[in-house]
Structures are given as C-alpha cells and as structure tokens.
Design a protein around this ligand. Sequence first.
Ligand code: P6P
Length: 333
Amino acid sequence: MAEMLTLSRHILQRARHHREASGDFNLLMSHIATATKVVSRMVAKAGLLNVLGKTGDTNVQGEKVTKLDIIANDMLQAMLDDLPMVSATASEEDVSFVPTSAGATSGRYLIAFDPLDGSSNIDANVSIGTIFSVRRRANVDCNPTEADFLGAGNELVAAGYAVYGSSTMFVYTTGQGVDGFTLDPGVGEFVLSHPNMRLPDTCKCLSVNHANRLRWMGGTRAYVDHVVSRAEPRYSATTGRYIGSLVADFHRNLIYGGIFLYPADSVTPGGKLRLLFEAQPLAMIIEQAGGAASDGVRRILDIQPDGLHARAPLIIGNTVDVRLYEQMVSVHD
Ligand code: P6P
C-alpha cells in the first residue's frame, strides 16, 4: 500500500530541519487544517443545511456576506483561539484583528485569513476556498497591535489555502517549496498527493475578467491583446479560463500553468483584491513554485500594507508573463 503521508507527518518531517522548531507550528497548522475540513463538510452539504444565500449584512469590504462566510470565519477564529502560540488573528470579514484568548500577549504567531474566498459563487456550486498566512511577531509579552500584521509578504513564515472543489485540497509552503494534500473523507486526513508543486512553464491559461476590458489601462489591454493574438509560439495553446473565485483560478493555473490578472483599472485603481488576505499568501506560494506575483510595477511580497484591508492589483503566474505584463505597463500606462 502506498505510504500515507498525512499533513501532520509532513509538517513534523519538515520541522526536523529546523532545530528551533518547538512543535508549535505543527499544532498551529493542524488546527488550521481541521478548520478547513469542517468548512469543507459545511460547503459540501450547504444546500441541505439551509446555509446557502446571504445574511443580509455587508462586510468591511462592502461585500454582501453569505451565511457560509460567517460559519467559516467563526470556525477559523474558534480553532485558533485556544492556541497559546497564536497572539491574534485577522480576517478579511472583520474590521479589526482579534487577540486570542490563549496567547494574546505570549503568542509569537499572527494568522491572517480570507475564510471563504469566492463565496459569492457558493449558490452556484462553484469551487471556493480558504486562504491563510502566518507571520511572527517582532515582540512578545505585550498586546498585539494592528501594526504587527502590516509587514511585507517577504516576512511570512507560511502561507496556504484550501480549495473546496471536486476534491478538497490543502496547499501550503513554509519557504521550502509547495506541497499539496488531498482530503481523504473516509479517514478525515489530508494526504500528500502533489509533492513539490512546480508551476509549469507553459502559459496554458489566461485568467482575467474580460467584461472589465473597457475599464483597463493601456498596459493591460496591450498584454491581453498580445496573448490573444498568439503573437508568440508560447501562446499558441493559451486558453481563456476565469472562474471568478480567486483560489480556484489560482489553483488551476498552478496545476496547468498560466497567468491570473486582477489589474488596476479605472474603477479599482488600487486593485480589488486584498493585499494581506489574498495577494501576499498566494504570492509566497507562487514564488515557491517558481512563478512571480506583481501589482504591475512592484513585487507583491515587497509591498508594505498601509492598513489591514489594503488592496492591490494582482498579476500572478508564469514569471515570463508577469515580467512581460510589467514591461507593457511601463510603456502604455
Ligand atoms: P470579479 C470573489 O468575490 C473575489 O474576491 C475573488 O475570489 C475573485 O477573483 C474576484 O473577486 C472576482 O471579481 O470582479 O471578476 O467578479
């Protein structure tokens, strides 16, 4: 029988390479993974549990809140609240960060998450996901502050996501490459299924909301037209794929190769996607898999957030294509 390398064992094996590892990180990650398993179960049964649809509220992003947004948010916060190594959590759904009960002053880790990305697609049974990142506090034995969360993405110690699709997968990095795990519902464990994930060099998928074309700046139009015109052999087999659920679009491109763009445009000049909760963690993952992530000018991981809910344009995928996009922006924008 093929070895069943579970997520917990994988983290323990990786920890052996870090003398200072105390087991805290493994406990933290296994709690995040457990929360995603519960969310996966809720999402899979949503239509039967009367948890489809919206709550009628609007979140700090100005977006309509779905019932599952709240369930996922509460689940993640509850799973992390009892961990003494976690000082505070921050969610895309909440105005401010939340100190944990067990580790507010003593905990050295901070967790930021988008509890249910793409949730506007839930009622249509489209793949959605949970995105998270882990950073260390510079100081402990003091209360956490919002400023503790506002580091550049190059300071992250881990990043990952769960994608609730035809199967539920958990993909994460601690800076030593990217590994993917598939949930075995019969066992209730995430099992290693995609070791050492690498972004294929082919630009198989062009992932952008073409309905926004009239909002685009010159550089975005020039890049997309260059790809669509098959101006280079590299784009001869490129196809358009846009799910409208960032985690699903990102994961597909990580498997097949490609580029995702949510660029600066005349309606969202600062971008739509959240820097802390979406762009930073996915940028860490894509770089660890051999790709690149930019706001069109700067490396995403070098951008210092000016607030918890800072937004950024996101161009992420094959390095060749991210660089070409940046070149076109420098000429046309
Ligand atoms: P649009 C979902 O609401 C989300 O935040 C991301 O998951 C997704 O990539 C993006 O918005 C889609 O935005 O404007 O194309 O519908």
